[in-house]
Design a binder for this molecule. Structure first.
Ligand code: GDP
Length: 365
């Protein structure tokens, strides 16, 4: 399954945030403690649609879909030329599908900063520079070889060389590959290069509790946002310390706490949703009977493939997907009413499943 890796300089609040994640995960119903790597934190994906579906199509049990964060260990600075821990840092990033980059955006004289000053842009650039250098090294390794083959007019080599030519100067200028735009064919080539700076990134500004009600007014947040925007990335402001406290509360206390802070949703819930989106994930539902359940699929997947997420037999024997959208169920108020309105769809093998679809798969056994 796809995972988002948490990275950041030392002392910016990564462990605090990761603790919040694992604590929230520990509250989950069927939490498979024993099987989990200590660097992996599993959380439920908050989704209010599940409760609404249960109201309209009652089931014995509600099951949320889950999602994994990975805590990226290792030393950042000098990683690209380094051995040991530095290399491990880059290797760990290579394994994840998206990056959650935690940046310190709080002042606190009691918490040492690695470079003795709180400077979000400098922090971001320190990490990104290591990733850029590592990518430049991979690109340089291929460059001459691919150029040679491209001279023979080999089509694939020409296409790849054009991509390399586009990427190289950008990296040399100290920018991430994700700041470039690629067409569909180029995207495939870029994917095959396994670069670090082409992975999607979410910047998480770790703000002071005092800034929680109005994060937009925090100058650090504004700086991070500005940087993120120019490479097409998003920024999320959370207070890791507060999230760690919230994660230990039960649901009722949590809601009271959030209300008192003047926020609707916990930072962790926002983070989970943002990371889910960052990975291109979406949710479909199965409803009624034993359980109503949310499932994760990758956007763009077709019905048989999605059926295979539930069980491989569903994919092999796929006949059709009887589908209604959550929006329709919510609007018409019952399954019967949705049917009556002609909004039940019989979808076939080529159907691209949409976020919020409620599906009953028909299959041969
Ligand atoms: P890591 O090295 O990035 O994993 O950082 P830690 O999570 O261990 O945090 C480093 C220190 O900063 C710890 O003493 C935390 O308690 C403190 N810290 C983390 N988040 C916050 C925050 O939002 N506000 C304040 N004031 N301190 C924080």
């Amino acid at each position: 399954s796809l995972t988002a890796g948490i990275v950041g300089l030392p002392n910016v609040g990564k462990s605090t945030l990761f603790n919040a994640i694992t604590k929230a995960g520990a509250e989950m119903a069927n939490y498979p403690f024993a099987t989990i790597d200590p660097n992996v934190g599993m959380v439920e994906v908050p989704d209010q649609r599940l409760t609404r579906i249960d109201e309209l199509i009652p089931a014995k049990k509600l099951v949320h879909t889950t999602f994994e964060f990975t805590d990226i260990a290792g030393i950042v600075k000098g990683a690209s030329k380094g051995e040991g821990l530095g290399n491990k840092f880059l290797e760990n990033i290579r394994q994840v599908d998206a990056i959650v980059h935690v940046v310190r955006a709080f002042d606190d004289p009691n918490v040492t900063h690695v470079s003795n000053k709180v400077d979000p842009l400098d922090d971001i650039e320190t990490i990104n520079l290591e990733l850029i250098l590592a990518d430049l090294e991979s690109i340089n390794k291929r460059y001459e070889r691919v150029e040679k083959v491209a001279r023979t007019k080999d089509k694939e080599a020409v296409a790849e060389f054009n991509v390399l030519k586009k990427i190289k100067p950008v990296l040399e200028a100290g920018k991430s590959v994700r700041s470039l735009e690629f067409d569909e064919d180029e995207q495939k080539i870029v994917k095959g290069l396994f670069l670090l700076t082409s992975k999607p990134v979410l910047y998480v500004a770790n703000i002071a509790e005092d800034d929680m009600a109005q994060p937009q007014e925090c100058e650090y947040v504004q700086q991070i946002q500005q940087y993120a925007q120019q490479e097409g990335s998003e920024t999320l402001a959370v207070s890791a310390k507060t999230e760690e406290e919230i994660a230990q509360l039960d649901e009722g206390d949590k809601l009271d706490f959030l209300e008192a802070e003047g926020v609707e949703e916990s930072g962790l819930d926002r983070l989970i949703k943002a990371a889910y989106k960052l990975l291109g994930l979406a949710t479909f539902f199965t409803a009624g009977g034993k359980e109503t359940r949310a499932w994760t699929f990758k956007q763009g997947m077709k019905a048989p493939q999605v059926a295979g997420i539930i069980h491989s037999d569903f994919e092999r024997g796929f006949i059709r997907a009887e589908t209604i959208s959550f929006t329709d169920l919510d609007k018409y108020g019952s399954l019967a009413a949705v049917r009556e309105a002609g909004r039940l769809r019989l979808e076939g093998k080529e159907y691209v499943v949409q976020d919020g679809d409620i599906i009953e798969f028909r299959f041969n056994v």
